[in-house]
Design a protein around this ligand. Structure first.
Ligand code: BES
Ligand code: MN
Ligand code: ZN
Length: 502
């Protein structure tokens, strides 16, 4: 799919379809008004007949509109003009895209990016429009013998900006939207891939594929022997119950020639979480192939960064393992020694995410990081607290936490801070080791998991995103969402902006 940014008059577009907005109570947007005048009130007359009220997400396709060069006009309901915010804009783009896909249009010119969205500029609108259009097109049928035969004729989307001065930033924004979408798509594909295929070695291969595609990315893959010599006892204890051996995957993206300290992204890559010997009930296991979505988001964010050639240094660290039960797997009450030297009593083998992450976090020290952000489908407690709209956000450095929070608002991939206060830490005491891997009492499980991680992140500025509720949708339409790729890329874009401004 090709995206372009242009300026122009709606009636003069010689294209398959132009897309314009109508507000509630049949109020024409500025562009629709212009068209209507030239089309001798064709549109307003139709609206008077009651065919489109302008409610959010309504669509109406018109043909043969007088004095207009485009084959079709798609009218899209935009709701109340004064209430047009982020959420409404996203809905408008999604609905418009779906309506266009029902037609045979191969090229469209959308004027929706000229709608005024509260507090948002052209760059934001174009980035979002491109990203959402591509997201609407995403499907995953790699493992279906009968592919969805939906006719996909759309090849070129032209988004408009009001003036020629807006063109340069608009083009850049379109590239950003495409890069984010391609990162999202990679993350979704990896998440959706079945766990008998998507193993730790498969994740390592995906990292290597990324490095092969982008010269700016290099990888290093550690196997069990390598991890044993680094004394990663916690990570190894999770992997040892499985036939599919664990891997520690490092990706290095160099977007700068200087020695700027890297941003380190650490992803939980449990390719399937049975719970181990603390086995999950059958129904709780459905969805546990998505337990590597943190890892997938690291790969997705790096892909987007490399596509955009962001002037940053970024390191991805992925702790990949499969959590299986059996005689080779750890049992509750085992004590293991982490790479940091801290001993851990494993009281529940289903709290495995923190075990693989703690060694990856200690390992991250060697990169002398600017910041470390880990991303993990870590706790069901986080799903209970925040549901599926909001990721949990934790950290030991408020400026970093605030940056991530704001990147969430901008991207729409939102997160909300929960505390990592000292009062919670005592719940992790163990009579037999330095720390237990679950809390007693167990309340505030998402916070306790973050407290556990915080014991391993004292040497740098750190934040943790618990994406257990946001990385995938359950139920009948079970699917990876690709979250929090857009949050992470927005954070990276904001970093670039800050560095540029000094
Ligand atoms: N991968 C799960 C967390 C999870 C649960 C993600 C549901 C998505 C949906 C994690 O490894 C886990 O099992 N956590 C336990 C921790 C508990 C044993 C302290 C949990 O949340 O129940
Ligand atoms: Mn688990
Ligand atoms: Zn897990």
């Amino acid at each position: 799919m090709e995206f372009n940014v242009k300026t122009g008059h709606p009636e003069k577009q010689r294209t398959n379809c132009i897309v314009v907005g109508i507000f509630e109570n049949r109020k024409l947007s500025a562009i629709a008004e212009k068209l209507d005048t030239i089309a001798e009130n064709f549109i307003s007359n139709l609206l008077k007949k009651g065919d489109l009220e302008g409610n959010l997400g309504q669509t109406l396709l018109l043909h043969h509109v007088p004095n207009v060069l485009s084959d079709r006009i798609l009218l899209v309901g935009c709701g109340r003009e004064r209430e047009l915010g982020d959420k409404e804009f996203r809905e408008i783009i999604r609905k418009a895209t779906n309506a266009i896909l029902q037609t045979g249009a191969t090229e469209i010119v959308s004027f929706l990016t000229e709608l005024a969205v509260k507090g948002r500029d052209n760059r934001w609108k174009i980035r979002q429009a491109v990203m959402l259009t591509l997201e609407t097109l995403y499907s995953f049928d790699n493992y279906k013998t009968k592919k969805d035969k939906a006719r996909r004729t759309l090849r070129r989307v032209i988004l408009t900006v009001p003036t020629r001065r807006d063109l340069a930033l608009g083009e850049r924004a379109a590239l950003e939207g495409q890069a984010i979408a391609s990162g999202l798509s990679l993350a979704k594909d990896l998440g959706n891939t079945p766990p008998n295929i998507c193993t730790p070695i498969f994740l390592a291969k995906s990292a290597e594929n990324l490095a092969a595609e982008f010269p700016s990315i290099n990888t290093a893959i550690l196997d069990e022997k390598d991890m044993a010599s680094l004394k990663m006892g916690a990570l190894l204890s999770v992997g040892k119950g499985s036939q599919n051996p664990p891997r520690l995957i490092t990706l290095e993206y160099r977007g700068r020639k200087d020695k700027q300290k890297p941003i380190v992204l650490v992803g939980k890559g449990i390719t399937f979480d049975t719970g181990g010997n603390s086995l999950k009930p059958a129904m709780s296991m459905i969805g546990m192939k998505y337990d590597m979505c943190g890892a997938a988001s690291v790969l997705g964010a790096l892909r987007a960064a490399a596509e955009l050639e962001l002037p940053l240094n970024i390191i991805g660290v992925i702790a990949a393992a499969e959590n299986m039960p059996g005689s080779k797997a750890s049992r509750p009450e085992d004590v293991v020694t982490s790479m940091s030297g801290l001993t851990i009593e494993i009281l529940n083998t289903d709290a495995e995410g923190r075990l693989v992450l703690c060694d990856a976090l200690t390992y991250s020290e060697r990169f002398d990081p600017e910041v470390v952000i880990d991303i993990a489908t870590l706790t069901n407690a986080c799903v209970m607290a925040l549901g599926s709209h909001t990721s949990g956000l934790f950290g030991n450095h408020n400026p970093l936490v605030n940056d991530l929070f704001n990147a969430g608002l901008t991207s729409g991939d939102k997160c909300w801070q929960l505390p990592v206060w000292d009062e919670y830490q005592d719940a992790l005491n163990s009579p037999f080791a330095d720390i237990a891997n679950i809390g007693n009492p167990p309340e505030a499980g998402a916070i306790l998991a973050a407290c556990f991680l915080s014991r391993f992140t004292k040497k740098y500025d750190w934040a943790h995103l618990d994406i257990a509720g946001t990385a995938w949708r359950g139920g009948k339409d079970r699917a990876a969402t690709g979250r929090p790729v857009s949050l992470l890329v927005q954070y990276l874009l904001d970093r670039c902006q800050k560095i540029k401004e000094g």
